[in-house]
Design a protein around this ligand. Structure first.
Ligand SMILES: N[C@H](CCC[C@H](N)C(=O)O)C(=O)O
Length: 284
């Protein structure tokens, strides 16, 4: 399907529902408006409500770019902005590539320029850029060793354009995620809050990972979290640079190459819908 045209709050907005390994998104295509955005924090919060809105883990808005094929912005379902979202990047790249008849594409996020490619098997890979391992970049509240944070269990802090706190545990299935996730999301060590991952080694270069996302809670998969966990596992000497991660919603593959951290997985475009002018006016 091509680009969505005539998108205005006055005439109503078309949206797409997509998911990558069960990490689900509402996507609004705002191209053709000279780079102007239409999503507001109030609209993101309203749409993110699974009872009164559409429901999603993240909302992604596509905008025009003069440096790349498109700009992509991310919102969590609590209305906060996310600097990175690997799975939405893969899903949206697939849609833009299909519309443009391309197999490779460039985009700009808050993090900077990224690249994505479609593989012959239909999966999409994105280069999420270089990991951030300096405390100030993650960011953390002070100068601590990011490989062994001063928290119970000594987790690893890694930035992928958004903050991650990765715990290596004996068995990720045993972790009380609803309790520990919010506890570390709001730990004062992370001034911008953090995404929280629990991972265990289940085979050579194979990890089981469960995630609590900043601003979204438990999700079935988190692409940037898979990247951060693979980087942390390699830095801790647990794995090589190429790792498969089993998440609740499927398997993501991460390859930490010279040019950045590549993340590969499935994409799905489920349905399209339309937001009425009345709904948009009520939630502007
Ligand atoms: N699900 C996303 C990550 C969202 C991150 C967001 N929860 C935040 O950083 O606030 C992914 O595939 O990378």
């Amino acid at each position: 399907m091509g680009q969505m045209t005539d998108q205005t709050p006055e005439t109503g907005l078309r949206f797409m529902k997509m998911h990558g390994a069960g990490n689900d998104f509402v996507v609004i295509d705002s191209r053709g408006r000279g780079g102007a955005a239409m999503v507001t924090p109030a609209l993101a919060r309203a749409l993110g409500d699974r009872n009164r809105g559409v429901g999603f883990d993240q909302l992604a808005e596509i905008r025009d770019s003069d440096q790349a094929d498109f700009v992509l912005d991310f919102w969590n379902n609590d209305g906060s902005r996310a600097g990175a979202c690997g799975n939405a990047t893969r899903c949206v790249s697939d849609y833009v590539m299909a519309g443009a008849g391309k197999k490779a594409i460039s985009l700009v996020t808050q993090r900077g320029g990224l690249a994505a490619v479609r593989l012959p098997d239909g999966r999409v890979s994105v280069n999420m850029g270089h990991p951030q391992t300096d405390w100030a970049e993650v960011p953390l509240a002070g100068a601590v060793d990011t490989l062994h944070l001063p928290l119970p269990g000594g987790p690893v802090a890694v930035g992928m354009g958004n903050p991650h706190c990765v715990f290596f545990v004996e068995d990720a299935e045993d972790v009380n995620l609803p309790q520990l996730g919010p506890r570390y999301e709001h730990d004062p060590l992370f001034p911008e809050r953090t995404n929280v991952e629990f991972a265990s080694l289940i085979g050579p270069d194979r990890l089981r990972m469960r995630v609590w996302e900043r601003g979204a809670g438990i999700t079935l998969a988190c692409g940037s979290g898979a990247c951060a966990t693979a980087v942390a596992a390699h830095l801790r000497g647990l794995t090589g640079r190429k790792v498969a991660l089993e998440l609740d919603g499927g398997v993501l593959e991460v390859d930490w190459r010279e040019d950045g951290v590549w993340m590969t997985g499935p994409v799905a475009h489920v349905f399209d819908g339309w937001l009425s002018p009345d709904y948009l006016a009520q939630n502007a």
